[in-house]
Design a protein around this ligand. Sequence first.
Ligand SMILES: [Zn+2]
Length: 278
Amino acid sequence: MRPLARWGQLRWYGEPWVQRNVGPMLDSTTPVNRVLAALSPADLRLLEPHLEVVELRQGTHIHRLGERLEYVLFPYSCLISINAVMESGNEIECAMVGPEGMVGAYSGYGIDHAVTDATVKITGIGAQIRVADFRDALPQSEMLADQVARCEALLTAQMHQSAACNAVHDVEARMCRWLLEIDDRSGGSRFPMTQDMLAKMLGVRRTTVTLVAKRLQQVGAFRWRRGYVYVLQRDLIADRACACYERVRLCAERLTSTKPAVQAPAEREQRSQISAAL
Ligand SMILES: [Zn+2]
């Protein structure tokens, strides 16, 4: 990915898309990615000279199974899907990485090639570091090694839960779980997604997604409009999601200090205004 800026140069970068979407970050020296945020200043300094900020567009492949790993990625506002690719070419989502984690961290332990596919699900920015530089930093920082272990444990937990979820739970429950997980990480009440993309991720027909979405829209849980999903009533979606959502959320909370998703009054007001405008 072409770097937008070096770490620490964000405030000088005038690209309108960045200013519009990550404005608060431009005025802060605190990393948005929680792995970077968890590091001490001394540990962060090991990575800082090598970090590049990149914009990642929906659908971009970070890496494919078997490809040589070039970078470790720390998502900020982007969301990354960790997928299993089927013989049909469909990419079934097994896990998701957002600002709570990192992608390709296992390369730090000498693994040169990707063991999964990773694709950008939601456009946003992240910071990347070359694998060689990450490998140099890792043995010097117990904190970083601890974060890598936690992130990989969370990915493993997600993949185990998804395997059981895909085998046992119905499409509506899985779709609601997926909506909650994106809503937790996206930091807003809307995100770009087509029904076709969601059908591929869930491994079902598009018409099935259309039917389930229609039911959820009829009760006012969310709206699908012009390629965007608007989450309107999170509680209604939570009522219909399978227990896998809560299991993974609790696991993430223990491993990464991720706070539970709480809908603040201001956020609830924002969602009701969106609902009225749609
Ligand atoms: Zn499930």
